[in-house]
Design a protein around this ligand. Structure first.
Ligand SMILES: [Zn+2]
Length: 128
């Protein structure tokens, strides 16, 4: 653990603010009455089945992305007070605090992140 208590407090605040914001956004958009994540269908807005399908696909992708980010925030908040936080999950190096401040949910140092993205690059995916 190379982060100071102050730095961790800042990161915790950042993460909590982002989480609050995301939950508020998701609630507006896609959390149903019982609190589960639901995808709003565009059925009813048009009777063009192909248009409905593509609009719903965008909605599903967007909700899935939000859910993934929310999970990343929760996981970062859980790790924040453990020695694992701020340590690259691939090489075990300390992730520079400036990088963590900019992106508190990162799991890898810059070098490993670039390698990871290179290896897991999915052309055309998640670019909506
Ligand atoms: Zn690394």
């Amino acid at each position: 653990m190379h982060l100071s208590t102050e730095q961790r407090d800042i990161l915790r605040n950042k993460l909590q603010q982002r989480r609050t914001q995301m939950v508020a956004d998701l609630r507006d958009e896609s959390i149903s009455e019982d609190g589960t994540l639901a995808v709003r269908s565009h059925r009813g807005e048009t009777d063009d089945e192909a248009v409905i399908e593509s609009m719903d696909a965008v909605e599903i992708a967007s909700t899935a992305r939000d859910a993934t980010e929310l999970a990343a925030i929760d996981s970062a908040l859980q790790r924040l007070d453990t020695p694992d936080f701020g340590v690259c999950i691939d090489c075990g190096a300390d992730i520079p605090s400036a990088r963590l401040m900019a992106e508190p949910t990162v799991l890898r140092c810059t070098a490993c992140q670039q390698r990871f993205e290179h290896q897991h690059h999915t052309p055309g995916g998640a670019r909506l």
